[in-house]
Design a protein around this ligand. Structure first.
Ligand code: PAF
Length: 286
């Protein structure tokens, strides 16, 4: 596996590979890899001739007072894990090269970014879509893989790719959970043991909501109230949002139907965790 930090070198390699008829599969990440990332890398390994992983903690998607500085980083550890699943090229650019002096171009997706994380983290998705668009321009992938834990991010990136006619197939893969149900996230490492236990409230809330829907409940407000009550039992948990939204438009749903998606963002201590679950999966079309 080669580690490339230079943007021009990365782009030249990718263009040359494409010219030779090679199919490029790409997994963009912010590093501190876990089993969720590895599931993306394994799928990408099967989907292309050359597997490219990027690791870049993108400063422009973090707001003032957010966890850019404390976001976990360990390139040596990541390189070992990436190599173990057959990554060919690990791209790790420097922030000063991605955003040089005079940088002035931003990609902003409207509509889908107005709710959920877009509302609670102003400017976040502008940073995400800008960096993903840049990475797509550098790596020129045929196919790119993202996790469904960041459900809104995936929807926004799909919208961007369609709207800008980017020749990249965007694929989303299911959430990977720890054995006890906690959704895997690089940020989990920042939880103390007590917070790690409290973080299970997100999955407990999801299970509670799914059980209510399975028992016939269709009123979003009642389900949301029950989930909120469960999560607020944890002393260090602060709800950022708990919402039930339409899985395509990401607007709030009053009545749970087959499009209903439960999405949560909860701070446990200072660590912000997100999770989601498709409540409508079992509901037949009415
Ligand atoms: O999901 C992430 O890790 C990041 O938001 C991404 C897509 C790599 C952009 O920085």
């Amino acid at each position: 596996m080669d580690i490339i930090t230079n943007i021009d070198e990365m782009q030249q390699r990718c263009l040359a590979a494409r010219a030779q008829g090679k199919r490029l599969a790409f997994v963009p990440t912010m590093g501190y890899l876990h089993e969720g990332h590895l599931s993306l890398l394994r799928a990408a390994r099967d989907a292309g001739d050359i597997l490219v992983l990027s690791i870049f903690v993108n400063p422009t998607q973090f707001g003032v007072g957010e966890d850019f500085d404390s976001y976990p980083r360990d390139l040596d550890r990541d390189a070992e894990m990436a190599c173990s699943v057959g990554t060919d090229w690990l791209f790790a650019p420097r922030a000063s090269a991605m955003y040089p002096k005079g940088y002035a171009t931003w990609v902003d997706v409207e509509g889908l970014t107005g709710n959920l994380c877009g509302a609670s983290r102003p400017g976040h998705f502008r940073g995400v879509t800008t960096v993903v668009c840049k990475l797509f321009g550098i790596v020129q992938p045929h196919v790119a893989f993202f996790g469904q834990k960041d459900f809104q991010q995936l929807a926004v990136i799909r919208r961007m790719s369609a709207d800008l006619n980017l020749p990249v197939e965007v694929r989303g893969l299911p959430i990977v959970r720890e054995a006890d149900g906690l959704a895997m996230s690089s940020r989990n490492v920042n939880l103390s043991p007590a917070q790690r236990r409290q973080a299970l409230a997100l999955f407990a809330g999801i299970r509670l909501a799914a059980a209510q829907v399975a028992a016939g409940e269709r009123d979003s407000r009642r389900v949301l109230a029950a989930v909120r009550e469960r999560i607020q039992q944890e002393p260090e948990a602060t709800v950022d949002y708990i919402q039930i939204c339409h899985d395509e438009t990401l607007t709030d749903l009053e009545t749970i139907d087959r499009h209903a998606l439960l999405l949560l963002a909860v701070r446990v201590g200072t660590t912000r965790l997100i999770d989601n679950h498709h409540l409508g999966e079992e509901i037949p079309e009415s």
